[in-house]
Design a protein around this ligand. Structure first.
Ligand SMILES: *Cc1c(COP(=O)(O)O)cnc(C)c1O
Length: 451
């Protein structure tokens, strides 16, 4: 066992952390996690923290779950990995069938990868290649939304729209058509109170439809998150927006590509967020909660209509030229199977409903705080936007790291959170109890009030 002193030193000397300003990180004291139990994690000094962001939005049933542990252990005794390029393995087959059973009926074929960004890369490549195989080679552009986030690889960044992350890489990206962010545009047009109304959707969708009417011949797919722009700061779509996009895609022969990486596996209150509007996408990207937060796995699930366009004799070279070393990894797939079983056994979705309601009630109380400019909820996720001036909506300067200041106070009180800029994020594992959720929100409120 390496001593704590060396761990702290080596962490700062050798480990380049994701989305982290390492100069600042190296000046601070950081949490090095050693173990987890339920919704809590323990660091190398034995300090205990509530996991307030579900390990970056992926943990579902808690850490160190006996059934999920067992699934990995049992599979490990058989085989850890074997390629799925032209061969197969047992858990990958079973989980593909499981996914097809629970995703919208139209989606029948599963393409595996390891992370959400890859699932989206694959979605984009499949959509492009589909039209190519159909002989409609002019359909090679994508419609995307401002403020979208689909991951950090070059293709996923190309369809993303968060300036602070994406602007720098512009010369490396392919061109897309960008529509306004539904929530941001809605607030601008009708104000916060009416932003999520169905009438607002109709207002927004007019511009979208006008654009599609002019350009549909060159559009391969419409790419969007499943009802909420997560990384942008939890920005929900107005009611009916997804459904209207589905209608437009049907009318103008465009593939609807829905990114359920953040919303999938219960986070929205349903297994998948698109169920809430009865929408069946043509392509759906899944990740994060897919293994309950255990192992890297993602999936791009597509319709028969799409899959069939890739069928042909070998010499026709119509097949999908894409794959990764660990595609369909048996350990990851076995824990993904167990994850779904736990949803059933623990009645996770049923038990989640009162927690969503409690979250809603507790969020009401944040409006009274001097530095809270907006409070947004989508299922079991929420964003509380901090502002310097409530009246004008003026933000704190970026360099002040106000969100991080609040996070730091919460960490001192035993709750680990990671804000999105100055948006405080509420995203605990679905397994959190109502009592723990109240403590979480009361603590967050107290810390914001201390600003
Ligand atoms: C997190 C996220 C991704 C990227 O997933 P990674 O596993 O981090 O690559 C893509 N889309 C959405 C909506 C996400 O929230």
């Amino acid at each position: 066992m390496v001593s704590r002193k060396y761990l702290e030193e080596w962490d700062k000397n050798y480990f380049w952390h994701p989305f982290t300003q390492m100069k600042v990180y190296r000046e601070e004291e950081n949490i090095i996690v050693e173990k987890g139990e339920g919704v809590y994690v323990y660091d190398i000094h034995g300090r205990k923290f509530l996991d307030g962001v579900a390990s970056l939005w992926c943990n579902v049933h808690g850490h160190n779950h006996p059934k999920l542990n067992r699934a990995v252990e049992e599979q490990l005794k058989k085989i850890a990995h074997f390629t799925t390029l032209g061969a197969s393995n047992v858990p990958a087959i079973v989980f593909a069938k499981n996914l097809v059973d629970i995703t919208p009926p139209k989606l029948t074929k599963v393409f595996y990868s390891e992370d959400g960004a890859e699932a989206m890369e694959i979605a984009i490549k499949i959509a492009y290649h589909y039209w190519h195989n159909k002989g409609e080679k002019q359909k090679n552009r994508f419609i995307t939304l401002s403020e979208a986030y689909h991951g950090d690889t070059i293709g996923s960044v190309s369809v993303g729209g968060i300036n602070i992350f994406h602007e720098k890489y512009k010369p490396l990206l392919f061109d897309v058509y960008k529509m306004p962010s539904p929530y941001r545009e809605a607030v601008k047009l009708v104000g916060r109170e009416k932003a999520l109304d169905y009438d607002t959707t109709l207002l927004l969708i007019e511009e979208v439809e006008e654009f599609v009417f002019k350009h549909h011949q060159e559009i391969a797919g419409f790419v969007l998150e499943a009802g909420v722009q997560g990384a942008a700061g939890i920005l929900p779509f107005p009611r009916g927006y997804l459904k209207e996009v589905r209608r437009i895609c049907d009318e103008y022969n465009i593939l609807m590509i829905v990114d359920e990486v953040a919303t999938g596996f219960g986070r929205s209150g349903s297994m998948f967020a698109c169920e809430r509007e009865g929408v069946e996408p043509d392509i759906m990207a899944l990740g994060k909660g897919i293994t309950g937060g255990y192992l890297p796995l993602a999936a791009t699930v597509v319709s028969d209509e799409i899959f069939n366009e890739f069928l042909g004799e070998f010499g026709e070279a119509k097949h999908f030229y894409h794959g990764h070393t660990y595609t369909g990894n048996p350990l990851a797939c076995s824990v993904a199977i167990a994850n779904l079983e736990v949803f059933e056994e623990e009645k996770t979705l049923t038990k989640l409903q009162p927690k969503i309601k409690l979250l809603q009630e507790k969020l009401e109380g944040f409006w009274e705080l001097k530095h809270v400019g907006d409070v947004r909820q989508f299922g079991f996720m929420a964003g509380i936007e901090l502002v310097r001036d409530k009246e004008t909506g003026e933000h704190f300067p970026y360099g002040e790291r106000t969100g991080f200041k609040v996070a730091k106070m919460m960490i001192e009180r035993g709750i680990w959170v990671r804000p999105l800029g100055d948006v405080m994020v509420v995203m605990p594992p679905l397994a959190i109890t109502e009592g723990e959720l109240e403590w979480f929100l009361d603590t967050m409120k107290e810390c914001i009030s201390l600003l």
